[in-house]
Ligand binder design. Structure first.
Ligand SMILES: *Cc1c(COP(=O)(O)O)cnc(C)c1O
Length: 332
């Protein structure tokens, strides 16, 4: 049976080209990248090529990219790494600003930090899911060290005003982190132009495998080590490098950069077609989120008087495993 899979916000299928590049590093090329003999150096070379490809996608320098095990780890590292740095340095700063619609990797990290004595402000968003810049300004105090706002939301696809948020952060000498897991590969992200200090991304949302991610940390920004152990990733992230997955992530980033324009065009076309067909066949539905500032492939809909889980189940069972997230998440 053919599967119609629409839930690329949850995860994507590995691209054939990505998988093919990974295979040697899952079989014959098994060297530890820290070993100085040839089979190790080959792994090191592959990792550094991948780092260059990830860096290029965000218009950053390869030295600013660190591999992690997933988007969640990158988010944890950004928040906890910055928070623990404040404690270690005795800066006296203890305040983080984020939004109420962040991914659990951010929200739960914030809760943990609150238990450890840090203060967190969770900003409201408007009915389209956009963070209010005035509330952001008002939330800042002299002890704020980090603002973490997602680039684009994973449920309703709203793209946040990243450039303005970053400006506000820097006007107050605050570090700006963005969870760009959903935005990566879907919109053009230029960390230089947008003045982003720290950015999280993940492989499995952009046609690379699950269990690989990266974090961009702008040159010169100090952050505490979050995973203790060996000195990998310039002493920022311990653990023998997952060479095959890193290679896969690199390839996926290269493809994302090369195909961005045509991919966006395709997604927009499919979305318009989907909405057109829905309009022809149903009356009572509402599209949630912003219509302009939105990820090209995201569609989030409320149907009146239908439970979202029930609908999901029926689509899965009745329509040849046709899966879609009809999310009532943001209905207010
Ligand atoms: C999927 C996702 C994550 C988590 O990434 P993992 O690699 O699955 O840990 C974090 N933030 C957002 C916005 C996501 O969509």
């Amino acid at each position: 049976m053919e599967i119609k899979y629409f839930d690329n916000a949850a995860t994507t299928r590995i691209k054939e080209e990505v998988f093919r590049e990974m295979v040697p590093y899952l079989t014959n090329q098994y060297g530890n990248a820290s070993s100085i003999y040839k089979i190790g150096r080959d792994s090191r070379r592959a990792i550094e090529q991948a780092r260059g490809r990830v860096a290029s996608l965000f218009n950053s320098d390869p030295s600013e990219i660190y591999f992690t095990s997933c988007g969640s780890e990158s988010d944890n590292m950004a928040l906890k790494g910055m928070a623990y740095l404040q404690k270690e340095k005795g800066t006296g700063k203890d305040h983080i600003i984020t939004s109420k619609i962040e991914h659990p990797a951010i929200l739960e990290s914030c809760k943990t930090l609150e238990k450890q004595g840090f203060r967190v402000t969770y900003l409201d968003v408007d009915k389209e899911g956009v963070v209010d810049l005035n509330s952001l300004e008002n939330a800042i105090d002299e002890k704020t060290f980090l603002i973490s706002i997602m680039y684009a939301n994973n449920e309703i696809g709203t793209i946040e005003p990243i450039e303005q948020i970053s400006k506000i952060a820097h006007n107050h000498n605050i570090i700006f982190h963005t969870d760009a897991v959903q935005a990566t590969g879907n919109v053009d992200i230029d960390v230089k132009k947008l003045n982003i200090d720290i950015l999280s991304m993940s492989g499995h949302k952009i046609y690379a495998p699950k269990g690989i991610g990266a974090i961009y940390i702008r040159k010169g920004i100090e952050i505490n080590r979050f995973m203790d152990g060996g000195h990998q990733e310039k002493n920022k992230r311990a653990g023998t490098e997952n060479v095959a997955e890193i290679v896969g992530l690199g390839k996926a980033c290269e493809l994302a950069e090369k195909n961005l324009k045509s991919y966006q065009k395709k997604l927009l076309f499919l979305k318009e077609y989907f909405i057109k067909r829905l309009t022809e066949n149903f009356q009572d539905f509402i599209i949630n989120g912003s219509l302009e500032n939105r990820l090209p492939g995201n569609c989030n809909i409320c149907f009146k008087n239908i439970d979202s889980n029930e609908l999901l189940f029926k689509l899965d069972a009745v329509r040849n495993m046709c899966i879609w997230r009809f999310c009532l998440f943001f209905w207010r």
